[in-house]
Design a protein around this ligand. Structure first.
Ligand SMILES: C[C@H]1O[C@@H](Oc2ccc([N+](=O)[O-])cc2)[C@H](O)[C@@H](O)[C@H]1O
Length: 485
């Protein structure tokens, strides 16, 4: 499968239209615009609530067969709870799904891409264990309503990101803001991790028991996995790299994919030790009961991998500058980014050689090639300056797709490649300062006209030819839809 991805808050706009409820991103951007680099918001964004037919046309123009998008929980359940369903929200997603199917495009639907109903945040959000019930109710409504046509459901997009910011969402609106959240994060992000995993497990088991037989689809989860490579062959650096991934994405893959279940062992021991040193009577990382471990083990039909970049990890060098898994509770390793690795416009992600291949190969070896993998996001940030001439993005996608071919040769059970993003959009706290789109949008233009960038033509050429031609240049910048799409 070849596709492109988006997320509701980043593209839909229509933040309060037709009965939609407030989300945490609506609240955050409206009450604390300071936190967003250009002080903007997703109130209108790419206006996809109104322009979804053009979005589908863009997918067709690039000859893609898959579109990954997310459902806004508060658009269909304004309070987050199942007793109040918004018919206009349901109609919007029905229309989008039907438009995709009309052109044989596979919808891949993310249930949660960061826009929690504010009313649930007011009850504690992901720090409240009841989130697992609220999410289960929401998931059941999504499966019931759209599962006759949608066969690929993703419960959560990027749990580490959700949990590292969930405390910001609660503290930001109440008092001193971010400084305070850094103090709370040692605790709240681990509570979030456990609650989110149980919520995922609930949704997966509901799909399995109540819908799979009738609908014949799949339910997985998506995690952001950047490459943590050991800086050298020394056993200390190898161990440091192991700790880095355990504290970052291993916290979420291990309970679902490992044979033992539960949080990664060495990381859990480390947090327990640190917690004791800090005077806590129990580890800040909550434990799973044996029943919970069994419930979560194997609770995914596929793994979605969002991959952007990589770093080298050292046991000795640069130790002051690492943030793994977060600034507040690091795992005491050093992070190195070699100068020769090209940096994207976000100044953090780099074109790290073979990082996607390394990640895929590591997943295959670590979990014994367990379940199909989809690359659910990968992409390169530019600024508005480069407009349609995005040669660096072209270079990046070609490199990622070379890695895909190598991974397939190595026997990785890889089923799809989905680019981030179909179009420029609201890039969270970076506002509109970063562009990830294959299609350009001028956010000053009320029509939000979509225009293909060079990368859109190159991606289409690769998809149509099933071949990466590193010399290909589009002859013109006019896009047409090929027959059959
Ligand atoms: C550009 C997209 O980024 C995705 O999120 C992340 C988060 C963290 C990293 N990282 O390298 O540490 C990369 C991507 C997100 O899912 C999507 O919505 C986009 O904003």
């Amino acid at each position: 499968m070849f596709g492109a991805a988006t997320a509701a808050y980043q593209i839909e706009g229509a933040w309060d239209a037709d009965g939609k409820g407030e989300s945490i991103w609506d609240r955050l951007t409206h009450t604390g615009p300071k936190i967003i680099e250009d002080k903007t918001n997703g109130d209108i964004a790419a206006d996809s609530y109104r322009k979804y037919k053009r979005d589908v046309e863009m997918v067709r123009e690039m000859s893609l067969d898959t579109y990954r998008f997310s459902i806004s929980w508060p658009r269909i359940l304004p309070t987050g709870m199942p007793n109040d369903i918004n018919p206009a929200g349901i109609a919007y997603y029905n229309n989008l799904i039907n438009e995709l199917l009309k052109y044989n495009i596979t919808p891949m639907v993310t249930l949660y891409h960061w826009d929690l109903p504010q009313k649930l945040q007011d009850l504690g959000g992901f720090a409240n264990p009841l989130i697992s019930d609220w999410f289960a109710d929401y998931a059941r409504i999504v499966f019931q309503t759209f599962g006759d046509r949608v066969k690929h459901f993703i419960t959560f997009n990027e749990p580490p990101q959700i949990c590292q910011t969930s405390d910001m969402m609660s503290s930001f609106n109440t008092s001193e803001g971010r400084e305070q959240f850094v103090n709370a994060t040692n605790i709240v992000n681990y509570l979030c991790a456990k609650n989110l995993l149980v919520a995922h497990g609930n949704a997966y088991r509901i799909y399995d028991k109540e819908f799979r037989a009738k609908q014949g689809g799949q339910c997985g989860f998506t995690i952001n996995i950047d490459w943590y490579g050991a800086h050298s062959n020394s056993s200390e650096d190898q161990k440091a790299a192991e700790m880095a991934w355990q504290g970052d994405w291993g916290l979420y893959t291990e309970p679902i994919l490992s044979a033992l279940g539960g949080f990664p062992k060495e990381f859990a021991e480390r947090v327990a030790k640190k917690s004791a040193e800090q005077g806590f009577t129990r580890s800040r990382l909550p434990e799973f009961t044996e029943e919970e471990k069994t419930f979560l083990r194997g609770s995914a039909d596929f793994l979605g991998v969002n991959h952007y970049s990589g770093v080298l990890v050292s046991a000795t060098v640069n130790k002051k500058h690492n943030h793994v898994p977060s600034k507040a509770d690091d795992v005491d390793v050093g992070i190195i980014i070699p100068k020769e690795w090209q940096r994207s416009a976000d100044n953090e992600t780099t074109l790290c050689p073979n990082s996607l291949y390394n990640v895929l190969y590591q997943l295959q070896s670590r979990y014994n090639n367990p379940i199909p993998i989809y690359i659910t996001e990968t992409g390169w940030a530019t600024t508005e300056e480069s407009k349609l001439d995005d040669d660096d993005r072209v270079k990046y996608y070609r490199a990622q797709l070379e890695d895909v071919l190598d991974a397939l040769d190595a026997g990785v059970n890889l089923k799809g490649f989905i680019a981030w993003s179909l179009m420029d959009n609201f890039e969270w706290i970076r506002g509109y300062t970063l562009r990830f789109g294959l299609y350009h949008i001028d956010f000053q233009d009320p029509a939000r006209t979509r225009t293909p960038k060079k990368s859109a033509f190159v991606y289409k050429h690769i998809v149509n030819n099933r071949y990466i031609d590193h010399t290909y240049q589009p002859e013109s910048m006019t896009m047409t839809i090929d027959p059959g799409h």
